[in-house]
Design a protein around this ligand. Sequence first.
Ligand SMILES: *[C@@H]1O[C@H](CO)[C@@H](O)[C@H](O)[C@H]1NC(C)=O
Ligand SMILES: *[C@@H]1O[C@H](CO)[C@@H](O)[C@H](O)[C@H]1NC(C)=O
Ligand SMILES: *[C@@H]1O[C@H](CO)[C@@H](O)[C@H](O)[C@H]1NC(C)=O
Length: 381
Amino acid sequence: MKNVLQFLSFTTLAAGVALPAPRALYFLENNPAGANIVSLKVSSKDGSLSDPARVPTGGNGLVGVGNTGAAVAMDTLFSQDAVVVSGSHLFTVNPGANTVSMFTIPNRDPWHPQLVGSPVSSGGDFPMSIAYSPRHQLACVANSGAKNNVQCYEVTDTGLRSSGDPMALPLNQTTPPVGPPSTVSDIVFNPSQSALFVTIKGDGTAPGYIYAYPVAHGKVLPTPRVSRPAALGLNFGLSFLGSDSRAVIADPGFGGAFLDIDCNMNAVVSKVVNVTGNAANCWSQYSADLHTAYLLDAATTDIAVLDAASMEIKSTIAGPAATTGKFDAAIGDDYLYTLDATDSVSVYSLKDSTAVQTFNLTGFGNRQFFQGMAFYGGRVY
Ligand SMILES: *[C@@H]1O[C@H](CO)[C@@H](O)[C@H](O)[C@H]1NC(C)=O
Ligand SMILES: *[C@@H]1O[C@H](CO)[C@@H](O)[C@H](O)[C@H]1NC(C)=O
Ligand SMILES: *[C@@H]1O[C@H](CO)[C@@H](O)[C@H](O)[C@H]1NC(C)=O
């Protein structure tokens, strides 16, 4: 979950016995035949995973196309944040139905999120990333297909209600889109929720885009501030670093970069981080506890650990060789959870910089469709 610190550690039973709050990890199964949220149980003792289960989203998935014209084998949405959790809300996208689903998460049974009403129109084609502002009770989705834009919603107890018209994005795309270049990557509110940020990959030659829309009086205003730092090409996963003025962004061309964002929402690169051995660093995460950021590479097992203060690469966490690469990720308690290039989710202890578990999903489902990652319970970022 994005930058919203939540403390939910112990629940006291009537008998006075304190039990650890249930924890869950979620990802989207972006299946064209019917999409699901997959939930996993998370141990409060050691962060380890068990018991994958599906809940239908009420919509369908759709797989992006690579530059050869074939459906891509992984990262089928070319995105970060296809699933977002905040408090007891879970939001996700149905790229094949052009809809968005909202769930509530039962506190004692977070492994069975409950769909609220029916999925609602995404306002465009191929929704692939979603953001939520608890302060404004606003959700906003990015669409990356032929009709690429941003649509926001008021979040009510009975579901999502459109808030304003779709706000156009600059891509010349098809549905499904051809990528990764020239696709939308990520949509995120800043920590104070005074602005909504969208990252968009360049075409492979020109710089990518960072769109920032101001939020005023509980509404996202339609005129964005557009930044195109020359150092960034394939602007991908965006993570704020605890304040509105600093963020880290992954760029599969070289690794990632630290951004400074001024009060007019203009973003400039404060430091390029060239990751040695970079193949495709697309996803980023931030731990407020450790003040470190993480870059996840689709084709290498190593995770780059960045010191958010010095902006240096502090260390590298070695992933199990068998997992071959890392995709979407989430941090809960002091564990990092990653979708692997293989049909598995790995768990890392961030305090020890060690791999704790690789939970094998072979036999459960088709890796191609797995996308997004979010955590519930415990300490969430
Ligand atoms: C958009 O893409 C189509 C097909 O790829 C191309 O023919 C057209 O010229 C492009 N338009 C713009 C404005 O770039
Ligand atoms: C990163 O690598 C690029 C390309 O090799 C180089 O131009 C740039 O100076 C490097 N930047 C840093 C901060 O090392
Ligand atoms: C998961 O299990 C399958 C079947 O046993 C095996 O082929 C595969 O290598 C395992 N994956 C990982 C990442 O260990």
